[in-house]
Design a protein around this ligand. Structure first.
Ligand code: TC6
Length: 699
């Protein structure tokens, strides 16, 4: 942070108020104080006829300083600062570039005129952090755009492009292309002075209204889309309630609701998620380590995963050569990629020209490893079989240039063993994408002991370029995510054996906030995958481990989930999402009888308690063993790859909120029934002994 985050100066009769608080000009206490001083300076400067408020650096204000949330609030408060700006009796022009978000846009709404620099995006994304626009956003924006458009912006938290902002009336105009905020601001200020423009205050504009049935529809839609969350509906209450009141009272109404949200566990969870997503890439081992170049990418394997990885790299502007085993397979892979790019055009993610350019200049599919000789990073995405991997990595070792990074996308095979197949193990790492790879944001970067630090740094730089959230993982079966998944799936099977139906488990878990329960997910992935995993692990399995045989029975009947119309659920045209299957319940009942189990009832609370306890316990092991660098890495993995509800922050954040002592006691209680499955994680025991939280390990 610079020493004076807000500077006041004057050029002729134009006062300049510049916020300079890198990296994103967030409004913390020093900025608020600086703004008050600058507003006072402008008010008391008789030579200044108009003020231009703008920002230095790469963006306008990206919001209130999130790092202050949850700490005791410090005056001056942002709504008061903005009120003071708006109340000035000389005009203020705000010039925005980059992203004007949250408190940043609210500050701009306190100015009398607003100009955007091309490329600007605006938004009120506070609800995505569990709060509402509490610096007048719910009161001023609806006065400009009407309630419907304002509430769409506020509840969706989306970033609105400059042209749309202009059409909505949030900005008055756009600067010429290439103009910087100061030059554009000075020119526009002189125009305003020439026109004799005075202050134009949004607070004086009439309050909008909304028809009752329109409001009811909006509330219903919002409640469905953001099930379990409170910020979006509260923001609607703030805007609609405020619009029925005089402006000043509306502001108080907004403030009161804002404060309730600020104190909510959902706010704490969502802010944790935001900060954790940025912290995952900050690893001490990477400090000062420069990544290698990675403009030229190679992919081996053109199936669903390989094509997805290729597309992800292509959409990020990288050059990709994909290699398949023969010309026919290469042609098929080319077609897969072309088709997905065409779908991206349909989804509005790519222009038609962009698609044509990629296919003409950035992408080729080949049938020889020699085509990979100039590649900087090559990612293998072939069948999960060590012999096939050996063939691939031997070829890569022969054909790839020195310094090329050789990555495997394996989900569970031993990466050090794969690295040892080459003459350059320091250049080998795991890049574990999630399917579909061009859509899912999670990337596990799996780091064997021998991998060079610059190779890991390149993995993170590559992930960032692809727009992924990259998490460092150590080597073990399943890395971070799939290892934890195996355990919470296992606890689900335990509960089903004891009497819960798979449907009750799925229901309880979705009510908790996951988009799908474990059995619906298995149906979607294909029950043949679970079957192969069981086969693979059979030889090394501890005999005390419970394995659900009903899954093998279902597999033997050809019930492989959604794709076969039958899995845990039955699927047909009337039930595309599946309906419970009495036959599955019968197969499970057979197994209960074989085990001599008398089925018992499980409440939704008990299901969630066991599911989460198993998840947290394994997560603690994963951190304790150093597979995840910190608890926050587990949280980000589960949030981005496994549908953990963001507003609960991830399993480690959730566990801290429950209290680790209570969770450990619960696990110890479960251990009295099954001491093998419920072995408390040593890290959890240690934290409870030392009265510490998982969060204490995050710094
Ligand atoms: C609000 O405004 C409430 C108002 C009512 C009050 C009464 N505060 O994401 P990046 C940091 S709520 C503090 O990597 P990008 C970020 O942590 C807020 N810090 O960059 C990172 O720090 P690190 C509403 C912030 O170019 C660094 O800046 N606003 C804030 O990929 C770079 O961030 C939002 O929700 C902040 N507000 O994306 C917007 N924002 O390097 C939140 C960022 O130490 N921000 N940082 O890890 C964003 O969406 C993105 O940061 C971005 C830039 C689009 C602005």
């Amino acid at each position: 942070m610079t020493e004076t985050p807000v500077r006041y100066s004057r050029e002729g009769d134009v006062a300049l108020i510049c916020i300079d608080n890198p990296p994103v000009n967030a409004i913390g206490q020093a900025v608020r104080t600086g703004l008050v001083a600058s507003i006072d300076a402008f008010a008391g400067d008789p030579a200044a006829k108009i003020a231009v408020l703008y920002c230095a650096g790469r963006t306008f204000v990206a919001g209130a300083d999130i790092r202050e949330f949850g700490k005791p609030p410090q005056a001056p408060f942002l709504p008061d600062v903005i009120g003071k700006l708006e109340a000035l009796d000389k005009p203020v022009l705000c010039v925005m570039h980059g992203t004007a978000l949250g408190g940043g846009l609210e500050l701009a709404l306190g100015a009398h005129y607003r100009l955007g620099v091309p490329g600007l995006k605006i938004g009120l994304p506070e609800t995505s952090l569990g709060i509402l626009p509490g610096a007048g956003g719910t009161q001023r924006l609806p006065r400009l755009t009407g309630l419907e458009a304002a509430l769409e912006m506020i509840t969706s938290a989306r970033h609105v492009p400059a042209k749309e902002a202009l059409a909505l009336g949030v900005i008055d105009g756009l600067a010429d292309a290439g103009q910087d905020p100061l030059t554009a601001g000075l020119a526009h200020a002189h125009d305003l002075l020439a026109k004799g423009a005075g202050p134009r205050r949004i607070c004086d504009m009439p309050a909008p209204s909304i028809a009752p049935d329109q409001l009811r529809d909006m509330r219903t839609r919002t409640a469905k889309r953001f099930a379990g969350q409170i910020a979006q509906l509260t923001a609607i209450d703030a805007a609609v309630g405020g619009a029925a009141l005089p402006f000043r009272d509306g502001m108080q109404h907004e403030r009161a609701l804002f404060q309730t949200l600020m104190e909510s566990p959902q706010r704490a969870a969502l802010v944790h998620a935001f900060l954790a997503e940025r912290k995952v890439a900050q690893l001490p081992e990477l400090a000062g380590i420069a990544p290698r170049a990675f403009a030229q990418i190679g992919v081996v394997g053109g199936g669903r995963m390989g094509s997805g990885i290729a597309i992800s790299a292509l959409l990020a502007g990288l050059d990709v050569t994909l290699v398949e085993r023969d010309a026919q397979a290469a042609a098929q892979a080319h077609q897969n990629v072309a088709q997905t790019l065409a779908d991206s055009v349909k989804r509005g993610k790519l222009t038609d020209e962009g698609r044509a350019r990629i296919l003409a200049h950035q992408f080729r599919a080949a049938d020889s490893y020699a085509a990979l000789s100039d590649r900087d990073v090559v990612i293998e995405a072939v069948f999960e079989d060590m012999d096939i991997k050996r063939e691939v990595f031997t070829q890569l070792d022969q054909h790839c240039k020195q310094g090329a990074i050789l990555a495997t996308n394996t989900s569970y095979l031993d990466i050090p063993q794969i690295a040892a197949m080459t003459s350059r193990p320091a250049d080998v790492l795991g890049l574990h994408f999630f399917s579909p790879a061009h859509i899912m944001r999670l990337l596990e970067i799996v780091v064997p002991d021998k991998t060079g630090a610059d190779v890991v740094a390149t993995g993170f730089a590559f992930g960032k370029k692809l727009g992924k959230v990259s998490v460092r993982a150590g080597v073990c079966d399943g890395f971070i995510g799939n290892r934890i998944l195996q355990v919470y799936r296992a606890v689900s099977d335990h509960m089903v054996l004891a009497g819960a139906s798979p449907y009750a488990v799925d229901r309880a878990v979705t009510e908790f906030g996951f988009p799908m329960g474990p059995y619906a997910v298995q149906d979607l992935a294909g029950l043949d995958i679970g079957f192969m995993t069981r086969q693979r692990k059979a030889a090394s399995r501890d005999p005390r481990e419970f394995v659900a045989r009903w899954a093998d029975v279902m597999h033997a009947r050809g019930w492989h989930g959604r794709k076969t119309g039958q899995g845990y659920y039955s699927y047909d045209a009337d039930h595309p999402k599946g309906r419970p299957s009495p036959e599955v319940e019968e197969i499970i009942a057979d197994e209960r009888r074989a085990h001599g189990v008398t089925p018992r009832e499980f409440s939704a609370d008990e299901i969630v308690a066991r599911y989460m306890a198993a998840m947290v316990n394994e997560s603690a092991r994963v951190v304790g063993e150093g597979i995840a660098a910190r608890p926050l890495d587990v949280d980000v993995t589960l949030l981005h790859g496994y549908g953990f509800p963001r507003w609960r922050g991830g399993p480690m954040h959730w566990a801290d909120a429950q209290g680790l002592g209570a969770l450990l006691s619960q696990i110890e209680g479960f251990a009295r029934e099954d001491a093998f499955f419920w072995q408390p994680a040593p890290l959890l025991q240690q934290l409870v002994r030392e009265n510490l939280s998982f969060a204490s390990l995050n710094s």
